[in-house]
Design a binder for this molecule. Structure first.
Ligand SMILES: C[S@@+](CC[C@H](N)C(=O)[O-])C[C@H]1O[C@@H](n2cnc3c(N)ncnc32)[C@H](O)[C@@H]1O
Length: 388
C-alpha cells in the first residue's frame, strides 16, 4: 500500500473528522485512513476518528474504499436539551455563508442527550433552527432533500454534548457509480472492499467467486488491485461547501487518477452464477466498472465448473437463509461447496461470508479465522479456510 507523506498538521489547517465504517471493519478502515495520510486515527465502534488537512479530506473522499461516509466536524457545544440544541445550531456556523435558501439540505442525527431521545425529533430541532434563521436573514428558507441535498448535516449527541458535522459525500460512499444491477441480496461495495482487504489478495493469484451474484466481490477486488480510485466517477456534496477549494480538489483528482496501475497483468478472475438473469446483471456491472476484459462471469452451478491453475483464492457470499433460500436446501449447497473445494481447490484459500452457523458446519471444513462483520445488520462471520 502506498503511504502518503503529509506535512504535520498546523493549528490552522487541522480538521477533525470521523469515518463511518461497516461494523467489524473498523481496524481495516483505520489502516486505510492512515495509509492515505490521515493523522491520529482512532478506531471506534462502526467508525474511526482522525485528523486531516483539507487535501487529505478530499483524497479520502476520492480514494478510501471502506467508509460509508466521512464527517467533518464543524462545531461542538454543550447540549442539555431542546433549547441548547436550537441555540447551539444557530451559532455553530456562519450560516449566511454556508446555507443560502437556494440550497437544499438534510439532517441526520445519531445518539441522544437529555430530553432529546428521538433522532427524528432532534433532526426537526436542527432544521427549525436553520430555517428560522434563514427566514430572518432572507425572508425565505431552503427546502429539504433527502436524496440529493446540497448540504448534508450530521448531528451526534452524546451525554450532554452535541457535535455538528458536514457529510462530504451527500450520498453514501459505497455508491461507486458502476452498479446498475442489483442481483439477489447484494453486499455493499465498501463492505466487499473491506472483505477483500482482509483476504490480502493482491492481484497475483487467480480469484474465483463460485456464487458471484451481482459480482461485487470480484469487481471491488480488481478495482483495488488496479488502484482505481472509487470516487472519480461521481459528484460530492463537499464541492458545494462555502470553503471549497477547486484547485486543491483538482490536484487530488489528478493524484487519484495517477495511482491507477496500467501495467498490471491480472491472473484469471472468474465468477460462477447459476441464475442466468443474475449472471447477466453481473456482466453488466463488470462492464459498467470498465473491467470487461479482466473478469469473466460463467453461467451455471459451480459444481460443474473447472478452476484455473492455482493455487488461488476463492471468495464467496453464498445464500444463508435470512433473505433468500430455505435452510434444508441450502445445507445441500454448502455440502456441495465443501466437496468442490476439497476436490478441486487443494492448496487454495477459501473466504466465505456466513450469516448462519448451521450451514457452515455442512462445509465439513475447519476455519482458520472467523472475523465478525455486519452485513446490512445481519451478524456474519468472514471465515477463512486453508484447503488441503
Ligand atoms: C447471496 S448471493 C451473492 C451476492 C453477491 N455477493 C453480490 O453482492 O451480489 C448468492 C448467489 O449465489 C447464487 N447461487 C446459488 N447456488 C449456486 C450454485 N450452485 N452455483 C452458482 N451460483 C449459485 C444465487 O443465484 C445468488 O445469486
Amino acid at each position: 500500500m502506498v503511504t502518503w507523506s503529509t506535512t504535520p498538521l498546523g493549528r490552522t489547517n487541522r480538521l477533525f473528522a470521523v469515518a463511518v465504517l461497516p461494523q467489524g471493519l473498523e481496524a481495516a478502515g483505520a489502516e486505510e485512513l492512515s495509509a492515505l495520510g490521515a493523522h491520529t486515527v482512532k478506531p471506534g465502534r462502526r467508525a474511526a476518528s482522525f485528523e486531516a488537512d483539507m487535501g487529505c479530506l478530499y483524497r479520502l473522499h476520492l480514494q478510501a474504499r471502506l467508509p460509508f461516509r466521512l464527517l467533518r466536524e464543524m462545531a461542538h457545544f454543550p447540549c442539555q436539551g431542546r433549547d441548547d440544541l436550537y441555540e447551539g445550531v444557530r451559532q455553530a456556523l456562519d450560516w449566511e455563508r454556508w446555507l443560502h435558501p437556494s440550497m437544499s439540505f438534510r439532517v441526520d442525527v445519531t445518539g441522544a442527550a437529555p430530553g432529546l431521545n428521538h433522532s427524528h425529533y432532534s433532526a426537526l430541532q436542527v432544521k427549525n433552527a436553520l430555517v428560522d434563521q434563514q427566514r430572518e436573514l432572507w425572508g425565505r428558507r431552503s427546502s429539504i432533500d433527502l436524496e440529493n441535498p446540497d448540504l448534508s448535516l450530521h448531528l451526534h449527541l452524546s451525554r450532554s454534548e452535541a457535535v455538528l458535522s458536514l457529510d462530504g459525500s451527500g450520498g453514501s460512499l459505497h455508491r461507486r457509480g458502476y452498479r446498475a444491477a442489483m442481483g439477489a441480496a447484494p453486499i455493499k461495495e465498501n463492505l466487499a472492499a473491506g472483505l477483500i482487504h482482509l483476504t490480502g489478495w493482491d492481484g497475483t493469484s487467480p480469484l474465483v467467486d463460485p456464487c458471484c451474484g451481482s459480482g461485487i466481490l470480484l469487481i471491488e477486488a480488481v478495482l483495488m488491485a488496479l488502484q482505481k480510485a472509487p470516487g472519480l466517477n461521481r459528484s460530492f456534496a463537499l464541492e458545494g461547501w462555502a470553503d471549497f477549494e477547486p484547485e486543491l480538489w483538482q490536484q487530488e483528482q489528478e493524484r487519484a487518477r495517477h495511482r491507477r496501475r496500467r501495467d498490471l497483468e491480472l491472473p484469471p478472475v472468474i465468477g460462477f452464477e447459476q441464475d442466468p438473469s443474475i449472471a447477466d446483471q453481473a456482466r453488466a456491472n463488470v462492464e459498467a466498472a470498465g473491467l470487461k476484459d479482466l473478469i469473466s462471469i460463467h453461467t451455471g452451478g459451480f459444481q460443474d465448473q473447472p478452476l484455473p491453475d492455482g493455487p488461488g483464492v476463492l471468495v464467496c457470499n453464498p445464500p444463508y437463509g435470512q433473505r433468500i433460500g430455505d435452510e434444508a436446501e441450502l445445507e445441500e449447497l454448502y455440502r456441495a461447496l465443501g466437496n468442490y473445494a476439497k476436490a478441486k481447490a487443494a492448496g487454495w484459500q477459501l473466504w466465505l461470508l456466513s450469516g448462519n452457523r448451521n450451514l457452515t458446519g455442512a462445509l465439513r471444513l475447519k476455519a482458520e479465522r472467523r472475523i465478525p462483520v455486519s452485513n446490512g445488520g445481519i451478524d456474519c462471520r468472514w471465515l477463512h479456510y486453508d484447503i488441503r
